[in-house]
Design a binder for this molecule. Sequence first.
Ligand SMILES: NC(=O)c1ccc[n+]([C@@H]2O[C@H](COP(=O)([O-])OP(=O)(O)OC[C@H]3O[C@@H](n4cnc5c(N)ncnc54)[C@H](OP(=O)(O)O)[C@@H]3O)[C@@H](O)[C@H]2O)c1
Length: 333
Amino acid sequence: MQTRTLGRTGPTVSAIGLGAMGMSDLYGPADETESVATIHAALDAGVNLIDTADFYGIGHNELLIGRALKERSREDVVISVKFGARRDPAGGFTLTGADVGAAAVKDRLAYTLRRLGTDHIDIYRPARVTPDIPVEETVGAIAEMVEAGYVRHIGLSEVGAETLRRAAATHPIGDLQIEYSLLSRGIEEAILPAARELGVGVTAYGVLSRGLLSGHWSPERELTTHDFRTISPRFQGENLEANLRLVDALRGVAATVGATVAQVAIAWVASRGDDIVPLVGARDRERLAESLGATGVTLGADDLARIEEAIPDGAASGGRYADFLLAGMDSEK
Ligand SMILES: NC(=O)c1ccc[n+]([C@@H]2O[C@H](COP(=O)([O-])OP(=O)(O)OC[C@H]3O[C@@H](n4cnc5c(N)ncnc54)[C@H](OP(=O)(O)O)[C@@H]3O)[C@@H](O)[C@H]2O)c1
């Protein structure tokens, strides 16, 4: 497995990371035994970056990863944890505010360490920033945890260029986790250039646009309560039909490259720079093997031109999140 270093100060990680969210939340029912087997298969294949959040499955995801890592050497794994999103007892998300103040950082980190069964987190990051809490307060509080040895690197998630600059002026930032795919290229204008200027790496999520760009999505797929795609504009009605036509165009390119649609979508993100590490949301070993196959896909100039033709910048129908969620996102300001 090739490696990439996250920014000027971040850790060196596998060229593809595994995002574990779908093993506990938001993408329908998952099988716990298969989830653990998938994490083990990823580690065996050389994937060392595992991304989670304390609110994924309301603690379930961290407990799952903790269980999977029990038989493995802790130093072989780079664990990235997001914190701050609030949940309600029915499993929904509380959409106002986020627990990212100084007191919350220590409290939430304490629970995370215990659930993961570890004494440190490699990258700790607020899932979202919120206007009432300055990013300097959040980053400053995590910096104290770095000083105390509980955290190795500080990351951010879905922040805009200005917030990134303020954060980086407070403490070195290893990476920014943000959505980036053939269907979501908004970071190219200001955020990616700022990250590069500041020496901040990028861990890209949504590289398959939540399964839409995987080549496996079908309009017949039934969605359960709390599946993210029930409220994602890109998965609704005519938007979905239009987006699946783009996937068909990409399928044509994939055939000429000798790869699957998902592999081309992942390889495209990886091709955007050595400072970018795609996270894949594989929930079983089959999908994982397909995703990791992307590391063997080299896209030449002709391939990239044909991909661009199949899915031009801005071609997606529907926003990457529902409007009420985009409204509160720092990266969308
Ligand atoms: N910072 C943030 O705000 C944020 C937000 C969302 C996610 N994330 C992180 O990013 C990770 C990845 O999530 P994502 O939304 O970016 O997922 P994604 O990779 O865009 O999509 C994952 C979905 O694609 C489907 N899929 C089909 N073929 C696949 C293949 N070959 N490989 C992988 N998945 C395939 C999976 O469903 P089936 O298994 O049902 O086919 C899964 O539901 C998460 O686990 C989380 O760690 C971060």
